[in-house]
Design a protein around this ligand. Structure first.
Ligand code: PHE
Length: 446
């Protein structure tokens, strides 16, 4: 069967960073920074992203390109032992379930972005009332916008790898970066910004002793790089063998982490700017109000300061965010869809609609039980499932897979890989460092 492949290196990097960059960077990361000790969290996040998440990302990409299959099939291919084959399959299946649950909450937040992109437009043409309906937290609004977002995701996934995913990612990513940078420049001129900048950049290292901060930062790093759920493995499986996989993986990590950092640089100071203009951000004891919807209070208040032009900036920002969410949600949906196509021999359209609808149903359950389920589901999938599953991917890549097979996969597109620094360090990392640190952090947290 023709599995499809990304057509160029730029296309792959854009698609993989498109998958990685999304709500995790611009909604998740700043929110976590704000509720977990500011700069100390930023510091922990950066260290964990480069030292634990990057090696785990490489494990997924390399195994994916070697196996050219979804995770459920790929992990068992690394071994001849029946027990380990079964274990690999189970890890893959746990990833499929996790990915479906992640998409179910992801689509809700993405729907908010979409609603916020439309609201200024309605205001502009005098439909204030409807604009308020879009920005007020309501069940009907959530149901409609989550569904719209899921339909868009399904339609792109129906299009397949290079026509759908690659074409979209290439255009949208660079525009998003540009608008973020422009906004930062503007925001820094406003009162309160410097106070926020300090909170973001000057760490109180004593907070690093808090194990819940570390577990949150680790979960955030794994969520942001889309790890542990077979998503990057699938993207690796679509990568051409001529690419230098080590370099490509490093680029994806740098861009993803860099963008989260840049997003924080906008949002954290913007919180203090908003506070300066009278928006309530913290309660009396200094605890963050309305965590999940933080950026939806902070950013509109920033856009308002800009006057007329703010309407358009706000619209552009939330529209681009909806699209960034879309390049991630398609990578989420691609995981179960490619699994069903490859193992049940279903055609792409049918598989996309079938699974997409089931996940939309799951979103509806979350919407109807928002207060009980939303935060809980995010914590379970991102803080626990993703790092633990990522741990298994590392164990399979490091212990189960034969070393020389891993090396010969890396050497494709990078002839002298065995003399490079990556090959000196990475095997040790996936065998010892990642598993030990991930486990240690969990035990510490328990
Ligand atoms: N990394 C994506 C983001 O930051 C979310 C994601 C998680 C995508 C897991 C795929 C798999 O928005």
């Amino acid at each position: 069967m023709n599995r499809g492949q990304f057509s160029s290196k730029f296309g792959f990097i854009m698609a993989a960073t498109g998958a990685a960059v999304g709500l995790g960077n611009i909604w998740g990361f700043p929110t976590q920074v704000a509720s977990n000790g500011g700069a100390a969290f930023v510091f922990a996040y950066l260290v964990l992203a480069f030292f634990l998440a990057y090696p785990a990302l490489m494990a997924e990409l390399i195994v994916g390109r070697y196996a050219r299959a979804n995770a459920v099939k790929a992990l068992p291919m690394l071994t001849d032992s029946p027990a380990l084959k079964l274990g690999g399959k189970l890890v893959g299946i746990a990833g499929l379930i996790t990915v479906a649950v992640i998409l179910s909450f992801y689509a809700i937040v993405a729907g908010w972005m979409f609603a916020y992109a439309l609201a200024p437009l309605l205001k502009l043409v005098g439909l204030e009332q409807y604009a308020h309906w879009l920005t007020d937290f309501g069940v009907v609004r959530n149901l409609i916008f989550t569904s719209l977002f899921m339909i868009a995701t399904i339609l792109i996934i129906c299009g397949g790898v290079s026509a759908g995913i690659e074409r979209w990612s290439k255009r949208l990513m660079p525009t998003l970066v540009l608008i973020l940078l422009l906004l930062i420049g503007y925001m820094l001129t406003l009162p309160g910004a410097m106070e926020g900048l300090k909170v973001y950049l000057v760490p109180d290292f004593s907070l690093l002793l808090d194990s819940s901060l570390l577990v949150s930062a680790l979960g955030q790093a794994f969520f942001s790089l889309s790890l542990g759920v077979g998503c990057m493995l699938i993207y690796g499986s679509y990568m051409s063998s001529d690419e230098n996989i080590v370099r490509v993986g490093a680029w994806v990590t740098l861009i993803d982490v860099g963008l989260a950092f840049v997003a924080g640089l906008l949002i954290i100071p913007a919180m203090y700017v908003a506070q300066h203009y009278g928006v309530e951000i913290f309660d009396k004891s200094g605890v963050l109000l309305k965590e999940d919807t933080l950026i939806f209070t902070v950013l509109p208040s920033l856009f308002e300061q800009m006057g007329e032009i703010g309407v358009f900036v706000g619209m552009a920002f939330f529209l681009l965010m909806s699209l960034a969410a879309l390049t991630s949600s398609i990578s989420l949906l691609e995981v179960p869809v490619s699994y069903v196509i490859e193992s049940e021999k279903l055609d792409r359209n049918k598989a996309s609609w079938l699974i997409g609808s089931a996940i939309t149903g799951l979103s509806f359950i979350l919407i109807f039980n928002f207060d009980q389920l939303f935060g809980l589901v995010i914590a379970i999938t991102t803080r626990y499932s993703q790092p633990l599953l990522g741990l298994f991917f590392c164990l399979y890549a490091g212990w189960v897979w034969q070393r020389n097979k891993a090396l010969s996969e890396i050497k494709k597109g990078n002839e002298h890989a065995e003399y490079g620094i990556f090959w000196k360090i990475w095997p040790v990392y996936v065998r010892f460092v990642c598993p030990v640190f991930i486990l240690a952090m969990f035990f510490h947290a328990l």
